[in-house]
Design a protein around this ligand. Sequence first.
Ligand code: PRT
Ligand code: ZN
Length: 285
Amino acid sequence: MQTLKLAIQKKGRLSEESIKLINECDISFPSSSGKLVTAAYDFPIEILFLRDDDIPDYVQDGVADIGIVGENVLVESGKQVEEVMKMGFGKCRLSLAVPRNMQYNGVQDLSGKSIATSYPRILKNYLDTQQVEADIHVISGSVEIAPSIGLADAICDIVSTGSTLLSNGLKEAEQIFRSEAVLIKNPRLSEEKNAILKSLLFRLEAVKRAQKNKYILLNAPNDNLDKIVALLPGISSPTVQSLAKEGWSSVHSVITEKDFWEIIQQLKEAGAEGILVMPIEKLIY
Ligand code: PRT
Ligand code: ZN
């Protein structure tokens, strides 16, 4: 029987979340502890632990069948792989930043300037669409110090909270690319491997959907039941059961995390009591 080879980052910002998500799909495997590859105990999958920059290459060449990598690394690599699913973690942006004291009125101000980056392809693409000609200076790490040591006038780098820019005397000038971790696949998988991928995706969808929703249980006075039920659109109509206490009902439903606090507040104002909110482990429609 074939196994599906999944490449994840060995050590870095995406490692922990990648492993957590796979484990939440009820797929367990021994920790990497120096190993390059390990097999899962209970699913036909092997995990390859790699540097993130190597993942698109390995997936394109078929050394790995699928991989989890940042869209920034994927697009910069220019490799021919398919993006299958957004993973919902590792969110960041690729931005142009300039020294805080520089007068900046728009990207045209970077014409003729030098920009340090580890993302020359994405940057070049952006500058071309903006019709700006600048000198791209490729460096592989510590990009944020380039302006202060006189290596470049501006930088193009990954930003998350913005504190690295701040502590290096830089300000964000333009956001040029939004990124998150994605699942990629080799476009030429065998039928058998595609079938394994399909069951993995089924589990991943269920886990990701569960993360975005909460199970809610509350007591509602019958007089306000219609109003309370109307506040709970959920995935299907809420379940309503009579309580032993006269004039009260118990209501169960699923709500999305997005409007969570707003809905809870409105439920309370509509007379709901004993509101209990619980995480969902898996959610299948
Ligand atoms: O060793 P390996 O090559 O595998 O790892 P790496 O060092 O190249 O990558 P790593 O682990 O730093 O990041 C992996 C992926 O995480 C990136 O490719 C992005 O998709 C994603 N990601 C999310 C980030 C950040 N957030 C992030 N904040 N990658 C890098 N950063 C760095 C950024 O380079 C800058 O130095 O954090 C700093 C900015 O952070 P703030 O919060 O100060 O703005
Ligand atoms: Zn890397």
